[in-house]
Design a binder for this molecule. Sequence first.
Ligand SMILES: [Zn+2]
Length: 457
Amino acid sequence: MIKLNLYNTLQRRLSIFQPIDKKNVKIYACGPTVYDFIHIGNARPLVVFDVLVRLLRIIYPKVTYVRNITDIDDKINKRAIEKNINILELTNETIKIFHKDAHALGNLKPDFEPKATDHIPEMIEMIETLISNGFAYVSSGNVLFAVEKYESYGALSGRSLDDMISGSRVEVAEYKKNPGDFILWKPSSDQLPGWDSPWGRGRPGWHIECSAMSKKYLGSQFDIHAGGLDLIFPHHENEIAQSCCANESDIMANYWLHNGYVTSDGEKMSKSLGNFATINNLLLNFRGEAIRYALIQAHYRAPLSFKQKSLDKATKSLSRLYRAIEGFEVNDGQDTQIIDYLCDDLNSPKALARLHYLADEANKGSKECAQRLKNSSKILGILCNSTEEWFKFRESSSNKSFDNSTITEKEIDELIIKRKVAKENKEYEKADQIREQLLEKNIQLEDKPDRTVWRRH
Ligand SMILES: [Zn+2]
């Protein structure tokens, strides 16, 4: 059996992964709050935990992967008012673009993608349990979780309640018994989204959705809970408190995995800094696969410094790998070394280096290495296209050498047909002219026995 070593934030150390049920490994990752395009910082957990799921699927017969969508949130309400649109219109449109972005980045679809607004009854039920068990209380129309009642509160983040209060990480409010207490349910005005509840018309606090939805799809105890570093406190800390107290359980998830920040010029990438690059925008100039490659070039727990240049470099690296497998027929054959690297706490930089080693060998003519390169790349979610498709894409527009290649695929195909007709009529000079004309646009033709293929170069 392959041994998978993972860094568990809860234990602050690496440990060998042992699933609760080897026949069905269960993983939950916190998904997006849908009020705006996702940026490169949001894309990182999507990609690195997608790699983890792909790896788990190689080791175990079944993996159930849940990633939620937060579609009720004060940021959503605020943005809908700013844009003067209906909340549902905003969330539906944002979800559509999110799915498009996630797909372009080469991510597999999660097995379940529950939306918070579809699970209000489950949340209300959990809150009622917390009140009846003495862990939550009602105050001025709000329902709050009483952090002092849960002994292990702070275990994940390693913070004491005093730290949290002095660090102003919690909001002090009159209706709270303890400043660390957090909202499970709050009242809604008529203008804001709301649902009937035993505590009046209102809406859930942020954290309760993940406790309710992970329980519904994965049970009260599951294997891995993943998300970005910024979710450790308060989000994940509060999820654990809610779930353990409502389910009368010692654990919510056995392994807590967190990816590092993406930084730009040394600052954390966040919307408030205004230095973010949205995936939607980056996809205008770069392939999703190149963005993905750039995101897995660093170890997932390390900070990742993002520059536009990283995408140019990633594109070149991918071109090199695609060239190495060109012309080889690909059958079976996995590279165990790559699996070993990934089993070492998802060491994707080492796995990528190994791919380039296999490319070297393939370039020297090794068919076996070319096959291993093609097949093993799939665990990282790269090299999933054909070489032909990859080279058809016009690379970064920031790269000036491509500026004169403003020719569409349709125009190229039409010229190829014209050239074919010319050759059939033995008008070789005309055929050569078409080849030259395309070369000027950086389009290289290659005649195969049955057809002519092209690539940008
Ligand atoms: Zn969550």
